[in-house]
Write a protein that binds this ligand. Structure first.
Ligand code: NAD
Length: 348
């Protein structure tokens, strides 16, 4: 199967690309290479004859038409997006452009390609989204696929809009789609602005580790390679027109997650005093959702998928990866604008 992945130079997209090539897919990686991208993320597969890269923007219809005609994929997995909640608060415009207009442009290009090819049986458009579209939970309960949408940040609102477009292209035009909404990912190649790498890198530098508010916000954490595996499972076997929630069943308060990472660092890279002494509470993010938690019942019962890694094991692997790969994160930290940002995200 030939799979076109959008956003395959980002954090999750690159995990999909690496796994899909290992699983025998031919993969075309389409990416605009924004500040969040890094082609080193796919260096493992760059020389593989089953892998091709296309530098293109999902808002560029002519480029999409050319790439679809050149590669003739059997499926498209759409991950390209502006993804950082804090950046969406500072500058929402880019999120509307890429996540809404970009998804619309891609849907139209893919629809035309699929119709012109005679609506081939087995074609799939897989839209990758977030649990943040459901808004915030109280102290109990879980998001299911039936939970009403109630996005609270410009990022989640733009992803909710893109989810609705994808659903509408299925209902109106019959485009064969599957959709997934996933909880917070963490793991190797996570951009240095996001919460887990910020904690690791600040701790290694002996710098204050910023935690929003009092750190009470709860997130469900999933190891990125488990997410990639879930995505390829849904792509292959998901029911058309359905959405699947993907989660790790690993709820943690931000403060507890930060302390766990500090404890792993104490073990793997002991400092003169425990790393959690660096924790510093900072003013809360506006509109900060209290709790996200996923009920993964559908993907588990219909498709038999479960995460393979516990939160402690995944965090340990992640910390080890950052310790072993300083050249990767130092290069990204030196990018314009990245070093200056506070660089914490309560969401991912
Ligand atoms: P990321 O920011 O690490 O990567 C996004 C990639 O998309 C980058 O390589 C970037 O260059 C590319 N891109 C951005 N705008 C583009 C455009 N206009 N045209 C082409 N490429 C463009 O993001 P991520 O964390 O890997 O997230 C990937 C997807 O998964 C997103 O759709 C996100 O909403 C979703 N998601 C993320 C999480 C999470 O925890 N990170 C959780 C659930 C869902």
């Amino acid at each position: 199967m030939k799979l076109l992945v959008t956003g395959g130079a980002g954090f999750i997209g690159s995990a999909v690309v690496r796994l899909a090539v290992r699983q025998g897919f031919e993969v075309v990686n389409l990416d605009a290479l924004t500040y969040a991208a890094c082609l080193d993320n796919v260096a493992d597969v760059a020389g593989d004859p089953a892998y091709a890269f296309e530098h293109a923007d999902i808002r560029d219809r002519a480029a999409l038409d050319r790439i679809l005609a050149r590669h003739r994929p059997d499926a498209v997995m759409h991950l390209a997006a502006e993804s950082h909640v804090d950046r969406s608060i500072d500058g929402p415009g880019a999120f509307i452009d890429t996540n809404v207009t970009g998804t619309y442009t891609l849907l139209q290009a893919v629809r035309q390609y699929w119709e012109a090819a005679g609506r081939p049986e087995g074609f799939r458009f897989h839209h990758v989204s977030t649990d943040e579209v459901y808004g915030s939970l109280g102290p109990s309960g879980f998001f299911t696929e039936e939970t009403p949408y109630a996005p609270n940040s410009p990022y989640s609102a733009s992803k909710a809009a893109s989810d609705h477009l994808v659903r509408a292209w299925h209902e109106t035009y019959g485009l064969p789609v599957v959709m997934t909404n996933c909880s917070n990912n963490y793991g190797p190649y996570h951009f240095p602005e996001k919460l887990v790498p910020v904690v690791i890198l600040r701790a290694l530098a002996g710098a204050p580790i910023p935690v929003y508010g009092t750190g009470e916000n709860v997130r469900d954490w999933l190891y990125v390679e488990d997410h990639a595996d879930a995505l390829l499972t849904v792509l292959r076997r998901g029911t058309l027109g359905r959405s699947y929630n993907i989660g790790g069943e690993n709820e943690a308060r931000n403060i507890d997650l930060v302390r766990r990472i500090c404890a792993i660092l104490d073990d793997l890279r002991p400092a003169s005093a425990p790393h959690d002494r660096l924790i510093t509470f900072v003013a809360d993010r506006p509109g900060h959702d209290l709790r996200y938690a996923i009920d993964p019942g559908r993907i588990r019962t219909e498709l038999g998928w479960r995460p393979s890694v516990t939160l402690d094991e995944g965090l340990r692997r992640t910390v080890r990866w950052y310790l072993d790969n300083p050249a990767w994160w130092q290069a990204l930290q030196n990018r314009a604008g990245v070093g200056q940002r506070l660089g914490i995200s309560g969401s991912a």
